[in-house]
Design a protein around this ligand. Structure first.
Ligand code: ATP
Ligand code: MG
Length: 423
């Protein structure tokens, strides 16, 4: 090793310990483990081991002692409360040989809180003001028990409360700040890059993606994240890799995937991509929905400022309402059926005309669970887009329950709109 040259420092090792009989007995799902896992991965000090122990002082002491064997950062949640089964504070103070002392500032905070709420401070709550000698107090804005951080020979034990909402607040604020302060240059936050896709099945997407990506992917890992709206690809570079190098690897992956552009869109929500496109082109949009019952209009109007380009929507469920409010010909409805590409086209044209929009989208389908036929099974959805005098229509048979079919339908209509809108 060259003297004077920067040797990359090792990433800190985090060990998590969750405390509670309810976790071992299966009464409560250990969601705090997931919260801690996510938070520390994003910070660049990922959890390498996780242990759960019951509400028992000896078990807590033993777990923390084990964790101190290799962990730089030991994160413990649960058992900081005021009840007799909350033993974490005492067990850790004992293990580390740090006597507990009542912190006058914390007592004052507790008294103020209780005066503001129910009145007198119960004696047992005073336990929450006990601080091991030399510990740092991490303020808990969402509850009465503060977090505690204790250093021993360069390793840190961090005690956090078990209530999930309080833990979230602690992780996002005081804990994050503490970890950055202590481990600064040793942290290696992962660099992510997302490719959002829709309209292509996960297995087919995987086939395409694997054939397009270079064989040499260095430190890049890829996760497929499917949902009813599509499949997100998450590329991650984690570990001992500099940010610039990570970016250049990710750019290489991005370029390789040019070929899947029909399925790709830039924003987290496809509705936002469509909105951007409408905003840029100065076009206005109206929607006609049958089986989605307004879901498409909802997604489009989730965005502030939608009134600039969104004219409105019509939820046309019955044949009569399709005829009356959108001008779909009764003959067409009886000939082609309410769930048909012809009717979807006519609904799109109708709503654009009635609401004086430059573009129209329509969805008509069978969300289930009833109403399917052998011709048109549950999940059959027809949707159409009209822009100017050009209409495009499609039919899909979506899988899933009613909710999933509706979500998939709205997403598919947005996808068609996105591909149809001229730049
Ligand atoms: P409190 O001040 O509320 O007593 P505490 O630090 O003592 O906080 P616990 O008493 O262990 O925490 O748990 C408080 C609440 O948080 C309980 O409802 C418990 O089920 C829930 N909880 C504790 N640990 C976890 C966990 N690992 N995952 C999910 N929920 C948890
Ligand atoms: Mg508990």
């Amino acid at each position: 090793v060259d003297k004077g040259k920067d040797v990359p420092l090792a990433m800190p090792i985090t060990v998590a310990i969750t405390v509670g009989d309810e976790l071992l007995l299966g009464d409560t799902v250990d969601s705090n483990a997931a919260r801690i896992g996510r938070a520390f991965a994003e910070l660049g000090a990922p959890v390498v081991r996780l242990e759960t122990v019951g509400d028992e002082a000896a078990a807590i002491r033993a777990a923390v002692a084990r964790a101190l064997g290799d962990g730089d950062l030991i994160v413990v949640t649960g058992g900081l409360g005021p009840t007799p089964d909350d033993l974490t504070r005492e067990a850790v103070a004992d293990l580390l040989g740090r006597p507990l002392r009542s912190d006058p500032d914390l007592v004052a905070v507790l008294r103020t809180r209780f005066r503001a709420g129910s009145g007198a401070l119960p004696e047992r709550n005073l336990r929450q003001a006990m601080v091991p000698k030399g510990a740092r107090v991490l303020p808990n804005a969402r509850g009465t028990a503060p977090g505690l951080a204790i250093e021993r020979e360069g390793r840190w034990v961090v005690l956090l409360q078990g209530v999930p909402s309080e833990l979230e607040g602690m992780l996002a604020g005081p804990v994050r700040d503490l970890v950055r302060e202590i481990f600064g240059a040793r942290l290696r936050p992962p660099v992510h890059f997302f490719v959002r896709t829709t309209g292509i099945a996960e297995s087919r997407l995987a086939e395409r993606v694997e054939s397009l990506l270079p064989d040499e992917r260095g430190p890049v890992s890829l996760a497929y994240l499917p949902s009813v709206r599509g499949v997100d690809l998450r590329f991650t570079v984690a570990g001992e890799v500099g940010t610039d190098e990570a970016r250049s690897w990710l750019e290489r992956m991005d370029r390789a995937l040019d070929d899947i552009s029909p399925y790709r869109y830039p924003d987290e929500d496809l509705a936002a991509t469509v909105a951007d496109s409408l905003e840029r082109s100065g076009r206005s949009l109206a929607v006609a929905e049958s089986c989605t019952g307004g879901l498409l209009a909802k997604r489009l109007t989730d965005r502030a400022g939608a009134s600039q380009w969104f004219c409105g929507g019509v939820v046309a469920y019955s044949d009569y309402s399709k005829t009356e409010s959108l001008g779909v010909a009764p003959g067409l409805l009886s000939r082609a059926g309410a769930v048909s590409e012809e009717v979807a086209r006519s609904m799109a044209i109708g709503v654009a005309r009635v609401l004086q929009a430059d573009a129209g989208v329509a969805i008509t389908g069978i969300a289930g669970p009833g109403g399917g036929t052998s011709d048109k099974p549950v999940g059959t959805v027809c949707y159409a887009v009209v822009v100017g005098d050009r209409t495009t229509a499609k039919t899909k048979v979506f899988v899933g329950d009613r909710e999933a079919v509706r979500e998939r339908s709205a997403q598919a209509a947005l996808h068609l709109l996105y591909r149809t809108l001229p730049e």
